[in-house]
Design a protein around this ligand. Sequence first.
Ligand SMILES: [Zn+2]
Length: 164
Amino acid sequence: MIFLVDFPLGGLAKWLRFCGFDATLMRLAPDKPGSWPPPRPQTHILTRQVACQRLKRPDLLILAAPDPEGQLAEVMQRLRLSARHLKPLSRCSHCNDPLVSLSRDLVQGRVPEHVFLHHRRFYECPRCHRVYWPGSHIQGITGALRDQLEQLGDRGVAPRNNRP
Ligand SMILES: [Zn+2]
């Protein structure tokens, strides 16, 4: 599933990527329908601009929640997404690029010592070279969504940029 996310909803785009969804930010102008991409299969456009309603696009979801976690819950609810649709630790939350597996040998020195000692699986973003691992990735997510992610057993941490 692909999401085109209205520019002010950067927090939501990040959480969607945490969950493994392809989420690209774009500026949506309700008064310039010509600047909008044509509808594509499996693609949803997310905004909080009520004025977009007049465009009557079937791929458009106008969200009410003011905070990223609430917006994510709203998207999941309205598209009937559940834990089985989520693939945590599969996409960089900053770049949206798919993560690649990283050999543990290449991780030493790039993550805190305790993380290296306590984790076996590591992933890297090929674009920004951030390292991810199962951990406290979902600390900012609340409620039902956290439970769903915990059931999947993947709780990745997005550390600061650790460029080699
Ligand atoms: Zn990245």
